[in-house]
Ligand binder design. Structure first.
Ligand code: CUA
Length: 319
């Protein structure tokens, strides 16, 4: 029995390590939620012990009548006043945390739209919006305010290691602040069932030194470096990829799918699920729905040989 409990605990705790670990202390907001968690867990333990103690006493004690006033006082204090104080106190504390993590005072504003099943990411900068997808980068120690919405169904934006989660609702804008306290590539995911590829709707949240972040954002704002007459770009145009995808600096201005201007500088492919390698890129184009079922992008199984190589080479050059 004890071995079974230990095994169950191990399986449970295995979810609490690595890049999705919400106990990693990697974000200011995650820490405030963590404190609340430990207080609730400890408080629940104390209340559980009290209830078990009372039950044991009732079971063991000699059966003798209690005075009615005493019994009523016990019920009023133990059954009404104590729960109201405990639950009310936690509610107020929770609301204060919620106010903190949604306050509109971030140094950096990032809009994220939930799409089926990927993330449209737009940094608001004094020079204008900078669009990317499926990866967010954040400067260490600076508060970033996320403005969240969704295209057609409800998603939920969550980087467990950095902070709380927030629903993304079509036609509405919700807000969430994240203040990273540890460098690293933290995992983000969709925390609300949103259809077939929900479990494959992920992203990377990369926390960088502020200088590196500023350089990255500046680079991200620039158009793509594409050689005149690039064979891969020709294939990209001929296959009509630009109807859905934008590559700034080229004719491709589609807004349906992810912006590809600096695609190859992202760590992952397919909204946080595959390594960004030429092999995965080629498969993504030809066997799209084996890689990620139900997505809108059509597969191009007929694209093979030299044309596929040229296209993959071109996409992998978009750094
Ligand atoms: Cu998007 Cu679940």
């Amino acid at each position: 029995m004890r071995a079974l409990a230990a095994a169950a605990a191990l399986v449970f705790l295995a979810g609490c390590s690595g890049r999705h670990n919400w106990l990693a202390g990697a974000g200011e907001e995650a820490r405030s939620v963590e404190t609340l968690f430990w207080v609730i867990l400890t408080g629940a333990g104390v209340i559980w012990a009290l209830v078990i103690g009372a039950a044991t006493y009732a079971h063991r004690a000699e059966a003798k009548p209690h005075r009615e006033r005493e019994a009523r006082r016990f019920i009023v204090w133990g059954g009404v006043i104590l729960p109201v104080l405990v639950v009310g106190g936690l509610l107020v504390w929770g609301l204060l945390i919620l106010r903190d993590i949604t306050a509109d005072d971030g140094a950096l504003t990032v809009r994220v739209d939930g799409e089926r099943w990927w993330w449209r990411v737009i940094y608001e900068t004094p020079e204008g919006p900078v669009t990317t997808a499926n990866e967010i980068r954040l400067p260490l120690g600076e508060r970033a305010l996320f403005k969240l919405t969704a295209d057609d169904v409800i998603h939920s934006f969550w980087v467990p290691a950095l902070g709380g989660k927030m629903d993304m609702i079509p036609g509405r804008e919700t807000e969430l602040a994240l203040t990273p306290r540890k460098l690293g590539n933290w995992g983000g995911l969709c925390a609300e069932f949103c259809g077939g590829a929900h479990a494959l709707m992920r992203f990377d949240a990369v926390v960088m030194e502020p200088d590196d972040f500023a350089r990255w954002l500046e680079h991200e704002a620039r158009p793509a470096q594409v050689a005149e007459g690039d064979r891969g770009l020709v294939v990209f145009d001929e296959e009509g990829c630009g109807a859905c995808h934008a590559i700034r600096g080229t004719e491709a201005r589609g807004a349906v799918g992810p912006d590809l201007t600096h695609l190859a500088s992202r760590d992952k492919l397919g909204a946080g699920i595959y390594a960004m390698t030429p092999e995965n890129m080629a498969r993504w184009i030809t066997d799209t729905h084996e890689m990620k079922p139900e997505i809108d992008m059509p597969a191009y199984p007929g694209l093979q040989g030299e044309r596929l190589d040229a296209l993959v080479g071109f996409l992998m050059s978009l750094e």
